[in-house]
Design a protein around this ligand. Structure first.
Ligand code: NI
Length: 177
């Protein structure tokens, strides 16, 4: 399909609550997901949410193979997740660095729940039900936040750990957004 322009922080649509998908396995939904996939791949992202390409629907995709943006990250299976519900397991929180295609060139340390039970649907309407932890749980929380109009800088509790990637990680060969 097409590589879309990714909306950047400051765009009002990124702050909106996204609407649930009401029809699965439609040409429109498949086209949206192809656009998201093309855009995520072109920008070497770990995930993307539909609002980031200007579509205010509850659709996220994510997946981490070997990714130069996250050289030490655990692998996360490629997933299309629609109308998600998140339930945190326990109250353990982990802090780690995040970036976002809508906040290019920056990274920040974000606290996230370590363990997560999430449910939702794929693009065909098949249900998804997973218990995850660590980086997988972090990616899901980050992407699903986009559906609530929340960008990761809004979750940062220590703004001294927020800055430009090339400055924070000078000489560490981390790919810039
Ligand atoms: Ni993001």
């Amino acid at each position: 399909m097409a590589i879309k322009t990714v909306l950047r922080m400051g765009e009002p649509l990124l702050l909106q609550q996204a609407q649930p998908v009401t029809a699965f396995n439609t040409p429109e939904l498949h086209a949206l997901i192809e656009d998201m996939q093309d855009t995520m791949q072109a920008m070497d992202g770990a995930g993307i949410a539909a609002p980031q390409i200007g579509v205010s629907l509850q659709v996220v995709i994510f997946g981490v193979g070997a990714n130069p943006r996250y050289p030490d990250a655990e692998l996360v299976p490629y997933t299309v997740l629609i109308n998600p519900t998140l339930n945190f397991i326990g109250d353990e929180i982990e802090e780690d660095w995040e970036g976002c295609l809508s906040v290019p060139g920056m990274r920040g340390v974000v606290p996230r729940y370590t363990r997560l039970h999430y449910t939702g649907f794929d693009q065909f309407g098949n249900s998804i039900d997973r218990l995850v932890s660590g980086f997988h749980a972090r990616v899901v929380q980050h992407e699903c936040d986009h559906l609530q109009g929340i960008l990761y800088p809004m979750r940062i509790t220590d703004l001294s750990q927020f800055g430009f990637t090339d400055v924070l990680f000078a000489g560490q060969n981390i790919v810039d957004d």
